[in-house]
Design a binder for this molecule. Sequence first.
Ligand SMILES: Cc1cc2nc3c(=O)[nH]c(=O)nc-3n(C[C@H](O)[C@H](O)[C@H](O)COP(=O)(O)OP(=O)(O)OC[C@H]3O[C@@H](n4cnc5c(N)ncnc54)[C@H](O)[C@@H]3O)c2cc1C
Length: 389
Amino acid sequence: MPCDIIIIGGGPAGLAFAGGLAGSGLRVTLVERLSLSSLADPADDGREIALTHRSVATLEALDAWRRIAPEAIAPLRAAHVLNGASPLALSFEPDAPAGQPLGWLVANHHIRRALFAAIDEQPGLTLIAGAQVAAARTDRDGASVTLEDGRVLRARLLVAADSRFSAIRAQLNIPAKVTRLGKSMLLARVEHDGDHQGIATEWFDHGQTIALLPLTGRRSSVVLTLPEDQIARLAALAAPALSAELTRRSDGRLGTMRVEGAAHVYPLATVWCRHFAAPRAALIGDAAVGMHPVTAHGFNLGLRGGATLAGLLVRAAARGQDIGAASLLRRYEAVHRFASAPLFLATGAIVGLFTDDRPPARLLRPALLHAAARVTPARAGISRLLMRH
Ligand SMILES: Cc1cc2nc3c(=O)[nH]c(=O)nc-3n(C[C@H](O)[C@H](O)[C@H](O)COP(=O)(O)OP(=O)(O)OC[C@H]3O[C@@H](n4cnc5c(N)ncnc54)[C@H](O)[C@@H]3O)c2cc1C
């Protein structure tokens, strides 16, 4: 029997969206290629997600936040941006209320685990794990999804949450601009001698970008961006050599570093789609907007877009309206584009300016940082953006 909504992808965006439909009476099927045990207990992927206040409020509403152990949550008290060898640091502090951090850092696997626990056994939700979608198509009447084992599922609406390299997006004929940046990020958790004081540091040095994200205790996540071949070489180092390399590359800012566990590598690519919807279909999460991680907003945006769509669907269902109506999908697209476009463009501009080592960009950077450091409303505005978006 056809269900109401098929969600493809049980990553954090798909899981959160499914949770947002709880209590709606809608019959939802979520298809994920990972096994049930990997969903329930996801492997550590090295990512530390900087969560805004808005995202934490959404995770609370989804009954997921309380499922994350307090010791896995690190407050982000401020963020500093550094340019090359300049001593000037552009500092972002929380705007209000006093005592509130700028945001919180939580490992992606903890978020995924909590979101899964919150939706496990949700009435009306059927989970098909360990199943890969082979083909999906929609028309004005509904959606049809074929799994690799031959099963065919039908629904009134299809929601694709199958990552920034979404195959479903292509099958729905939604054009997307995928930009491969030729660089990779190496992520490593380190223990260090210095005190980070809860401050995140984003250092745009010449030839490399390095972010130091404060975790609990004297621990940080080091995020190093370099051309792909250089990252591959570093990732192959044994822990002591990598520790020495990260200590040197971070200019000893946090003292001697010792790598904990394995390093993880992510090739950098951004994605912007021409549409977030098609007849009886919508894209959410990275499938809709693949942000550059430098402004730490990919999941925050994905959570927001999923909440927007879920809210529209829950209201339509309560009124007995068609949940796959073109007008509803257009509304979702308009609201989510309005939320994402400025962030996507601003992030692209920051990446372009701060990772370009040609003379015009190098000359412009200090001037811009000086100007921004002097204009308090500009800094306060960015802090608000970091906290609430
Ligand atoms: C290094 C790094 C740091 C980041 N830091 C931050 C941060 O600080 N703050 C922030 O907000 N965001 C951050 N992000 C972004 C965030 O991690 C992503 O936005 C988020 O994980 C996207 O979730 P998603 O569910 O859309 O996609 P994914 O996590 O990619 O999940 C997609 C899911 O779909 C499944 N799937 C795919 N195809 C199929 C198929 N055909 N059939 C069945 N299942 C399928 C996959 O198995 C997967 O589980 C960071 C990203 C990176 C790489």
